[in-house]
Design a protein around this ligand. Sequence first.
Ligand SMILES: Cc1cc2nc3c(=O)[nH]c(=O)nc-3n(C[C@H](O)[C@H](O)[C@H](O)COP(=O)(O)O)c2cc1C
Length: 184
Amino acid sequence: MSKNIRVNQFYGFIAPRPTVCVSTVDENGNANIAPYSFVIPLSFDPPLIGIGSAPTRDTTHNSRETGEFVVSPVTESWKEEAIKTEVSLPREESEFDEVGLTEKSSQKVEAPSVEEAPVNIECELQDEFEVGDHVLLAGKVVNIECDESSLKNDRLDLEDLGALGHIKGEEFHLSKTMTEIDRG
Ligand SMILES: Cc1cc2nc3c(=O)[nH]c(=O)nc-3n(C[C@H](O)[C@H](O)[C@H](O)COP(=O)(O)O)c2cc1C
Protein backbone atom coordinates (compact mmCIF):
# COMPACT_ATOMS: atom_id res chain seq x y z
CA MET A 1 0.00 0.00 0.00
CA SER A 2 1.29 3.44 -0.78
CA LYS A 3 -0.13 6.82 0.03
CA ASN A 4 0.07 10.00 -1.99
CA ILE A 5 0.83 13.07 0.06
CA ARG A 6 -0.13 16.59 -0.96
CA VAL A 7 2.82 17.93 -2.93
CA ASN A 8 3.04 21.13 -0.85
CA GLN A 9 3.92 18.92 2.15
CA PHE A 10 7.25 17.92 0.53
CA TYR A 11 9.38 19.90 2.96
CA GLY A 12 8.31 17.69 5.89
CA PHE A 13 10.15 14.85 4.15
CA ILE A 14 13.33 16.88 3.63
CA ALA A 15 13.90 16.66 7.36
CA PRO A 16 15.29 17.31 9.82
CA ARG A 17 16.43 20.64 8.34
CA PRO A 18 19.04 22.59 10.28
CA THR A 19 17.31 25.28 12.28
CA VAL A 20 19.05 28.65 12.54
CA CYS A 21 18.27 32.15 13.69
CA VAL A 22 18.86 34.92 11.17
CA SER A 23 19.68 38.36 12.62
CA THR A 24 19.52 41.60 10.68
CA VAL A 25 19.30 45.37 11.21
CA ASP A 26 17.18 47.85 9.29
CA GLU A 27 18.52 51.14 7.93
CA ASN A 28 17.75 52.83 11.28
CA GLY A 29 19.79 50.25 13.19
CA ASN A 30 16.80 48.37 14.64
CA ALA A 31 17.73 44.73 15.28
CA ASN A 32 15.61 41.78 14.19
CA ILE A 33 15.94 38.03 14.67
CA ALA A 34 13.81 35.13 13.37
CA PRO A 35 14.04 31.33 13.08
CA TYR A 36 14.63 29.75 9.66
CA SER A 37 14.93 26.21 8.33
CA PHE A 38 14.99 26.79 4.56
CA VAL A 39 18.77 27.14 4.82
CA ILE A 40 21.39 25.65 2.50
CA PRO A 41 25.11 25.97 1.74
CA LEU A 42 25.31 27.07 -1.95
CA SER A 43 29.00 27.38 -2.81
CA PHE A 44 32.48 26.81 -1.33
CA ASP A 45 34.23 29.58 -3.29
CA PRO A 46 32.92 32.13 -2.69
CA PRO A 47 31.41 30.71 0.50
CA LEU A 48 27.67 31.23 0.07
CA ILE A 49 24.66 30.43 2.26
CA GLY A 50 21.13 30.45 0.83
CA ILE A 51 18.10 31.39 2.94
CA GLY A 52 14.59 30.88 1.58
CA SER A 53 12.67 33.83 3.04
CA ALA A 54 9.09 34.92 2.38
CA PRO A 55 8.98 38.41 0.81
CA THR A 56 6.91 39.79 3.70
CA ARG A 57 9.51 39.00 6.38
CA ASP A 58 11.36 41.81 8.17
CA THR A 59 14.43 39.61 7.61
CA THR A 60 13.95 39.98 3.83
CA HIS A 61 13.37 43.77 4.03
CA ASN A 62 16.32 44.34 6.38
CA SER A 63 18.72 42.19 4.32
CA ARG A 64 17.85 44.29 1.27
CA GLU A 65 18.17 47.58 3.18
CA THR A 66 21.50 46.96 4.85
CA GLY A 67 22.92 44.08 2.78
CA GLU A 68 23.84 41.88 5.73
CA PHE A 69 22.63 39.05 7.94
CA VAL A 70 24.03 36.73 10.60
CA VAL A 71 23.19 33.01 10.67
CA SER A 72 23.29 31.30 14.10
CA PRO A 73 22.65 27.52 14.10
CA VAL A 74 20.37 26.60 17.02
CA THR A 75 21.63 24.19 19.67
CA GLU A 76 19.85 22.60 22.62
CA SER A 77 20.69 25.17 25.31
CA TRP A 78 18.88 28.09 23.61
CA LYS A 79 16.29 26.24 21.50
CA GLU A 80 13.21 27.59 23.33
CA GLU A 81 14.29 31.23 23.01
CA ALA A 82 15.36 30.68 19.39
CA ILE A 83 11.94 29.38 18.36
CA LYS A 84 10.16 32.14 20.29
CA THR A 85 11.86 34.71 18.03
CA GLU A 86 9.16 33.77 15.52
CA VAL A 87 6.97 36.34 17.31
CA SER A 88 5.97 39.14 14.94
CA LEU A 89 6.80 42.56 16.35
CA PRO A 90 6.73 46.08 14.84
CA ARG A 91 10.00 46.70 12.97
CA GLU A 92 11.32 49.09 15.63
CA GLU A 93 10.93 46.47 18.39
CA SER A 94 13.56 43.77 18.89
CA GLU A 95 12.69 40.09 19.28
CA PHE A 96 16.01 39.75 21.18
CA ASP A 97 14.56 41.63 24.19
CA GLU A 98 11.16 40.01 23.85
CA VAL A 99 12.46 36.41 24.15
CA GLY A 100 15.47 37.00 26.42
CA LEU A 101 18.32 36.56 23.95
CA THR A 102 21.40 38.77 24.10
CA GLU A 103 22.62 40.84 21.16
CA LYS A 104 26.37 40.89 20.69
CA SER A 105 28.37 42.98 18.23
CA SER A 106 29.44 41.07 15.16
CA GLN A 107 33.04 41.44 13.96
CA LYS A 108 32.54 42.31 10.26
CA VAL A 109 28.88 43.32 9.88
CA GLU A 110 26.44 45.66 11.66
CA ALA A 111 23.78 42.92 11.98
CA PRO A 112 24.02 41.54 15.51
CA SER A 113 25.29 38.13 16.60
CA VAL A 114 23.63 36.05 19.32
CA GLU A 115 25.58 35.79 22.59
CA GLU A 116 23.89 32.47 23.47
CA ALA A 117 24.81 30.84 20.12
CA PRO A 118 28.08 28.84 20.02
CA VAL A 119 28.72 30.02 16.46
CA ASN A 120 27.69 33.13 14.52
CA ILE A 121 28.18 33.19 10.75
CA GLU A 122 28.36 36.75 9.40
CA CYS A 123 27.18 37.29 5.82
CA GLU A 124 26.98 40.03 3.21
CA LEU A 125 24.04 39.78 0.84
CA GLN A 126 25.59 38.85 -2.52
CA ASP A 127 22.44 38.24 -4.55
CA GLU A 128 18.75 37.50 -4.31
CA PHE A 129 16.48 35.44 -6.52
CA GLU A 130 12.72 35.14 -6.69
CA VAL A 131 11.95 31.44 -6.19
CA GLY A 132 8.22 30.69 -6.18
CA ASP A 133 6.62 32.34 -3.17
CA HIS A 134 9.99 32.86 -1.43
CA VAL A 135 13.11 34.93 -2.02
CA LEU A 136 16.45 33.13 -2.02
CA LEU A 137 18.87 35.39 -0.14
CA ALA A 138 22.40 34.37 -1.09
CA GLY A 139 24.82 35.57 1.58
CA LYS A 140 28.60 35.55 1.28
CA VAL A 141 30.20 34.39 4.52
CA VAL A 142 32.65 37.08 5.64
CA ASN A 143 33.33 35.95 9.21
CA ILE A 144 32.69 32.99 11.51
CA GLU A 145 33.00 33.58 15.25
CA CYS A 146 32.91 30.39 17.28
CA ASP A 147 33.14 29.72 20.99
CA GLU A 148 36.36 27.68 21.24
CA SER A 149 35.00 25.29 23.87
CA SER A 150 32.12 24.37 21.49
CA LEU A 151 34.51 23.18 18.77
CA LYS A 152 35.43 19.65 17.77
CA ASN A 153 37.38 18.86 14.55
CA ASP A 154 36.75 22.42 13.23
CA ARG A 155 33.00 21.97 13.57
CA LEU A 156 30.51 22.33 16.42
CA ASP A 157 30.66 19.58 19.04
CA LEU A 158 27.09 18.59 18.27
CA GLU A 159 27.36 15.34 20.24
CA ASP A 160 27.57 17.60 23.30
CA LEU A 161 25.61 20.69 22.16
CA GLY A 162 22.76 18.97 20.27
CA ALA A 163 21.69 20.24 16.82
CA LEU A 164 18.09 21.38 16.47
CA GLY A 165 16.42 20.23 13.25
CA HIS A 166 12.97 21.28 12.09
CA ILE A 167 10.59 18.64 10.76
CA LYS A 168 7.34 20.58 10.33
CA GLY A 169 4.97 22.65 12.42
CA GLU A 170 5.88 22.20 16.08
CA GLU A 171 7.89 19.00 15.44
CA PHE A 172 11.64 19.30 15.84
CA HIS A 173 14.50 16.82 15.96
CA LEU A 174 17.29 17.12 18.49
CA SER A 175 20.34 15.25 17.25
CA LYS A 176 23.37 14.29 19.34
CA THR A 177 24.61 11.18 17.53
CA MET A 178 27.53 11.23 15.11
CA THR A 179 28.09 8.24 12.87
CA GLU A 180 31.02 7.78 10.49
CA ILE A 181 30.48 6.22 7.07
CA ASP A 182 33.36 4.98 4.93
CA ARG A 183 33.33 6.97 1.69
CA GLY A 184 35.71 4.57 -0.03
C1 LIG B 1 11.42 26.51 13.05
C2 LIG B 1 10.96 27.60 12.11
C3 LIG B 1 11.50 27.67 10.83
C4 LIG B 1 11.09 28.69 9.96
N1 LIG B 1 11.66 28.75 8.72
C5 LIG B 1 11.32 29.74 7.88
C6 LIG B 1 11.96 29.83 6.61
O1 LIG B 1 12.85 29.05 6.27
N2 LIG B 1 11.58 30.85 5.80
C7 LIG B 1 10.63 31.77 6.17
O2 LIG B 1 10.34 32.68 5.37
N3 LIG B 1 10.03 31.71 7.37
C8 LIG B 1 10.36 30.73 8.24
N4 LIG B 1 9.77 30.66 9.47
C9 LIG B 1 8.78 31.69 9.86
C10 LIG B 1 9.46 32.98 10.35
O3 LIG B 1 10.43 32.71 11.32
C11 LIG B 1 8.40 33.92 10.95
O4 LIG B 1 7.47 34.28 9.97
C12 LIG B 1 9.00 35.16 11.58
O5 LIG B 1 7.97 35.88 12.26
C13 LIG B 1 9.66 36.06 10.57
O6 LIG B 1 10.20 37.14 11.30
P1 LIG B 1 10.60 38.53 10.63
O7 LIG B 1 9.35 39.09 9.96
O8 LIG B 1 11.03 39.33 11.82
O9 LIG B 1 11.69 38.26 9.65
C14 LIG B 1 10.13 29.64 10.37
C15 LIG B 1 9.60 29.56 11.67
C16 LIG B 1 10.00 28.56 12.52
C17 LIG B 1 9.44 28.49 13.93
